[in-house]
Design a protein around this ligand. Structure first.
Ligand code: UD2
Ligand code: MN
Length: 574
């Protein structure tokens, strides 16, 4: 184990190492280390760098066997992310330190309070959840961590609770405490359940599929220490659900629209002027919901959560409105960073099939939004006769806390939100014009091309070409006789995209590769090869390689396990 890691690590430094060599190392690694078992032998390994660099992620998703394919398919079905990759990654992997450089030398107060980290989960993938836990243990000073409270919200994956409990005992994770609810409560009541078991001065809520970054907790605790009514959030970095690649998020704050959907938006013009502004806490009208810290006593004083809310949705706007309207403040702390797996879809529903987001949003609207609730109700005709339960105790709470009204909130905390009236439309236009000035949308950004070539099947004169016109989104690919001219020229970008004729990106579709609008998010549009002649072309999200169905004109180009040299070996012809 040790010698493999050493040579693997050494290999990183050698610039000339070829892609195939690293493939070789990868095979060696998985041969010696049964990475697919629930409790792999490497789960507490001390090697720290084998998965931190971008290049090491290249082949982590490689599908070698039908068993790999099965794990991957099942993982996507139950969890909506790539569990094959999660199984292979170290529980103690290092992630890029995405903080602004000014954060790195910051000195924090030395009397920071202790936090209870509360994580509820429903059907989480075990190894992903364990990575969440280990990242917290590894990157939190012990004098700031009271405990980690895990609440299993009546998951129905067999043995999840048992395996987790065995792991905690075996590894002697003494301040990790595992609980189970008696029935499926949903994330709101499951978090409340965890909070009530906690002993720390601060509650720190996290989702069950995150990785906390270096120095994540100090800046959060310091803001609370300064003022106990400060509720604070880290920047939520992105863990790609297909590749687990960790990348930085921009500085964006939370807002919402009149459908009561949370949305990210740029901070108002003028917020980020000096260098220092990029590390100062930024006031945010709302929170995304999953990751925040709050003084426990303050949490109780302002009414915890609305325990009448079910399963998922809406609680984030409810607590955001309540914090601001009842005298607190909600801020984003740029020096604190936590990565979260943003899935393409939510893989679970509510037990009775009801729309809990609508149910919960109606509770928010009727308790907190006064006459502004009509903007929401007008947008959602289906909401008019939709039952939202008993809200009397929440109305009572609002009265007792003597909170501001919603008009105050809109005027003082979120003046940028346009009302759905003519006046609002005018403001909206003004606002988006301002934004356009400052932030170029991604699709207008210039791509950086680093290479260009046609892709020819080795030992043939057949090149990868678009079935339809090269401008048509969704077109599949076939082999055609190689010709000069732009229609067969692939432009490679510094993000490892392959852009045909500088128009559309090569993307791994459900079964076959297609041409699609470039999204700059990596994963299904990220391709690796060793360059030159006789190379495989491997997709990071798919874990498989570009391959021809057969060696003839008009043969389809598809994705295959990377082990068929005849039909998956290509020459990049410049
Ligand atoms: C976002 C929030 C999430 C929550 C949600 C709105 C982030 C990163 N995530 O959605 O925390 O505020 O918006 O409600 O801001 N869970 C249970 N029981 C359930 C359902 C979910 O314990 O019945 C757990 C789940 O395992 C996860 C957490 O609750 O740990 C959040 O659920 P999610 O990850 O599906 O929500 P997400 O990130 O889409
Ligand atoms: Mn989540």
């Amino acid at each position: 184990m040790v010698s493999i890691n050493k040579s693997f690590f050494y290999g990183i430094g050698v610039a000339s190492i070829t892609w195939l060599m690293s493939l070789c190392f990868y095979f060696q690694l998985i041969k010696h280390d049964n990475l697919n078992t629930v409790f792999p032998t490497n789960n507490l390994e001390s090697h720290n760098s084998s998965h931190l660099l971008k290049d090491d992620m290249n082949d982590i998703g490689l599908i070698k066997t039908t068993e790999d394919q099965r794990i991957k398919d099942e993982g996507y079905k139950i969890h909506a992310y790539n569990t094959l990759v999660s199984n292979r990654l170290s529980l103690n992997r290092t992630i890029p330190d995405t903080r602004n450089i000014l954060c790195k030398n910051k000195i924090y107060m030395d009397n920071l309070p202790k936090a209870s980290v509360i994580i509820c989960f429903y059907n989480e993938h075990l190894r992903t959840l364990l990575r969440t836990v280990h990242s917290i243990i590894n990157r939190t000073p012990s004098n700031m961590l009271q405990e980690i409270i895990l609440v299993d919200d009546e998951s129905d994956i067999q043995d999840l609770y048992k395996n987790l409990s065995t792991y905690i005992n075996k590894q002697k994770l003494v301040n990790v405490k595992l609980f189970k609810t008696d029935r499926r409560e949903g994330l709101i009541r499951a978090r409340l359940f965890g909070a009530r078991k906690s002993q720390g001065q601060v509650l720190l809520f996290l989702d069950s599929h995150v990785e906390v970054n270096v120095g994540w907790i100090e800046p959060l605790l310091e803001q609370i220490q300064k003022k106990r009514s400060n509720v604070v959030m880290p920047i939520i970095d992105i863990i790609n659900p297909d590749t687990f690649m960790y990348s930085a998020s921009p500085l964006v704050r939370g807002g919402f629209n009149w459908g009561l959907h949370f949305k990210w938006e740029n901070p108002p013009t003028g917020t980020l002027e000096t260098k220092e502004d990029f590390i100062k806490p930024i006031k945010s009208p709302t929170m995304a919901g999953g990751l925040f810290a709050i003084d426990k006593k303050y949490f109780i004083d302002i009414g915890e959560y609305d325990a009448g809310m079910n399963i998922w949705g809406g609680e984030n706007l409810e607590i955001s409105f309540r914090i601001w309207m009842c005298g607190g403040s909600l801020e984003l702390v740029p020096c604190s960073r936590v990565g979260h797996i943003f899935r393409h879809r939510r893989p679970y529903g509510s037990p009775d099939g009801k729309d809990t987001m609508l149910y919960n949003s109606l509770r928010v609207a009727h308790v907190w939004m006064d006459s502004f609730k009509d903007f929401f109700l007008n947008q959602r005709p289906d909401a008019k006769n939709f039952d939202y339960g008993d809200i009397s105790s929440r109305l009572q709470l609002r009265k007792e806390l003597k909170c501001h009204d919603f008009d105050w909130y809109l005027t003082h905390i979120y003046p940028e939100l346009p009302l759905p009236t003519e006046e609002g439309e005018r403001l909206k236009k003004k606002w988006s014009a301002l934004e356009k000035d400052k932030f170029q949308p991604w699709h207008l950004r210039k791509r950086n091309y680093v290479d260009q070539y046609s892709i020819r099947l080795s030992n043939s004169n057949l090149c990868v070409s678009s079935v339809k016109d090269i401008k048509i989104k969704g077109s599949g690919l076939v082999l055609k006789p190689c010709k000069s001219g732009k229609n067969q020229i692939w432009y490679e970008t510094d993000k490892n995209e392959l852009v045909l004729a500088q128009l559309l990106c090569l993307q791994y579709g459900k079964a076959n590769p297609i041409l699609y609008k470039c999204h700059e998010m990596g994963g299904d549009q990220e391709w690796k090869h060793k360059g030159g002649k006789e190379t495989a072309i491997y997709n990071l999200a798919a874990g498989t390689c570009l391959a021809a169905e057969n060696k003839s004109i008009n043969s389809a180009v598809s994705m295959k396990i990377c082990s068929n040299p005849e039909l998956a070996t290509w020459d990049l012809v410049r």
